[in-house]
Design a protein around this ligand. Structure first.
Ligand SMILES: *Cc1c(COP(=O)(O)O)cnc(C)c1O
Length: 362
């Protein structure tokens, strides 16, 4: 069957080159070969995340580390900042872990603002908070620097930040932000196959995790740190992913991070222009639109054009591209177009051409 190219917001299209690296011959994960591989990529990961801390490799999807962060860092109560399907889910996950948890809910499509978080943290009830930088379900980015600045006022609160669909596409400087955990699954903006999550922790987070009695084993941050000091992981990692990540990181630095950020900005603007050209409005609040995907309003909010999203998706798929027909409660009343990963103006133009011809049939 002919491959349908992914323009959904994760997993995204994986290049031949990445797959080739992924399929490198297997080596032992306690041997010098693997340690050398991790030693090579560690400084690249640190540069990418803007940190002097070690960056850890977790063989899991993002939810593993998202849940693990709560197990390691929430002892009193966690504030879950909620603005879409993934961030809303984090509250549920906290409760399933037996944690005392409270949601700070804003309407889907709105960002989370520092002022609202400040009011909650001022109660003194919370020792941790969860925040999704780029809420993938609604295509909305929250102002992470503005929120991270609250750390100065609440140094004992652990700031856990999910950058699953933004890391590598926008600058995220962990040490400057001063947050406690930054994580990303790599099947989105990294354009790797699903199954690997990268994350880092502040010294304060590691100190706090060390006092958590029920942090488990698989996602024990102290185990990750201890092993990472020797370029290893607590349990057998996906060695294939480590090879693929090494290949990808070389690509990032060959392109240059600034150029990579600029490319995402450009291709995202092109997608917004495509939507406007067809009379659509965007779902997110103006000024907080994601730059890695575009969540097009298709009736979820007043204004703009409305089409049959399922048909649009079908007609585009017939031309070899998979787009997303909306997520959760805004399925069908929005649709999403991803410009994450390796996409360039030239490859995005191929998608717009397919979308144009599909629109002509609606
Ligand atoms: C996709 C996504 C997740 C969940 O990732 P999994 O790989 O399915 O665990 C979490 N957060 C955000 C922002 C996402 O886009």
């Amino acid at each position: 069957m002919a491959h349908v190219k992914l323009h959904i917001p994760g997993p995204v299209e994986v290049s031949e080159k990445t797959f080739k690296a992924f399929c490198s011959p297997m080596i032992g994960h306690r041997g010098q070969g693997y340690k050398d591989l991790v030693a090579k990529i560690q400084p690249q990961l640190q540069a990418l995340l803007g940190t002097k801390q070690l960056v850890y490799l977790s063989t899991s999807s993002a939810w593993g580390v998202m849940e693990g962060a709560l197990r390691n860092l929430t002892q009193k109560k966690v504030l879950c900042c909620m603005k879409g399907a993934f961030s809303d889910k984090w509250l549920d996950v906290a409760k399933r872990c037996g944690k005392d948890a409270e949601g700070l809910q804003v309407p889907w499509g709105s960002p989370i603002r520092a002022e609202a978080i400040d009011a909650k943290l001022a109660t003194g009830q919370f020792d941790s908070l969860t925040l999704i930088h780029n809420e993938t379900s609604t295509g909305t980015m929250s102002p992470v620097a503005e929120i991270a600045a609250l750390k100065a006022k609440y140094p004992d609160v652990m700031f856990i930040v999910d950058a699953v669909s933004s890391m590598t596409a926008v600058p995220l400087n962990f040490d400057t932000l001063g947050i406690d955990v930054l994580l990303a699954g790599t099947q989105k903006a990294f354009a790797l196959p699903p199954g690997l999550t990268v994350f880092t922790c502040s010294p304060a987070a590691l100190a706090k995790a060390a006092t958590a009695k029920d942090r488990g084993y698989y996602f024990d941050f102290i185990e990750f740190d201890k092993n990472a000091k020797e370029n290893m992981t607590p349990s057998t990692p996906s060695i294939s992913h480590t090879y693929a990540l090494a290949s990808k990181l070389d690509e990032f630095f060959a392109e240059g991070l600034e150029a990579r950020y600029a490319r995402h900005k450009q291709t995202n603007q092109m997608t917004r222009d495509w939507a406007a050209k067809h009379g659509f409005t965007l779902f997110p609040e103006a000024g907080f639109e994601s730059i890695t995907l575009t969540c097009v309003n298709n009736g979820a909010k007043p204004g703009g054009r409305v089409v049959d999203a399922a048909k649009l998706q079908k007609f585009v798929k017939e031309q070899g591209f998979l787009i997303d027909g909306g997520y959760g409660k805004i399925k069908g009343t929005t649709f999403r177009l991803s410009n994450m990963g390796d996409e360039t103006p030239a490859t995005m133009n191929q998608l717009y051409a397919a979308l144009d011809s599909a629109m002509a049939k609606l």
